[in-house]
Ligand binder design. Structure first.
Ligand code: T46
Length: 137
């Protein structure tokens, strides 16, 4: 997989006797400017979410509670990344097919995105994704 298609970002933990804190800033720990935040919770263990790519959207996904796994596909290679810690984020560039699965009961997946919700940015047909991704390699 093109090594900049996605990356794991380990956050700096600010810890003291009160507990732990993680701070995320635009263009610092987050490799873009955030325009939208959403979170996914109460997903059933056996379901698969995602099953799409984005033409342009970049996102940073953080499992702030529990765990879930991502299948990432850049049209040449598929990798699985498990998120199970609030101390790391998964940065996903555009034109990456993703499927999210294996949700733990307590999973809360926080997603920071660089743009507003726009259904026209979604590629929901896998064959179409393959064609577009190959053209853009
Ligand atoms: C992604 C993965 C990780 C909105 O109205 N606003 C929003 O900001 C979002 C993200 C969704 N929606 C609506 C659209 C659908 O009617 O919420 C419904 C569920 O969305 P979707 O089926 O796209 O959910 P997932 O979990 O398959 O995908 C989401 C994001 O859409 C996607 O960008 O990368 O989480």
């Amino acid at each position: 997989m093109k090594n900049n298609s996605y990356k794991i970002i380990d956050f700096n933990i600010i810890g003291d006797n009160l507990g732990k804190l993680i701070a995320l800033e635009n263009n610092n720990q987050i490799p873009f400017e955030v325009k939208r935040v959403y979170y996914i919770y109460d997903s059933l263990h056996h379901i698969i979410r995602g099953k799409h790519a984005h033409y342009n959207l970049q996102q940073l996904c953080i499992c702030v509670s529990g765990s879930c796994s991502f299948l990432l596909d850049d049209c040449q290679e598929k990798n699985i990344v498990k998120l199970s810690s609030p101390t790391r984020g998964l940065y996903i560039k555009n034109l990456i097919w993703r499927e999210i699965f294996d949700f733990s009961k307590d999973c809360v997946l926080l997603v920071l995105a660089d743009d507003y919700y726009n259904e026209n940015d979604y590629i929901r047909d896998y064959n179409h994704f393959i064609n577009i991704a190959k053209e853009n390699r």
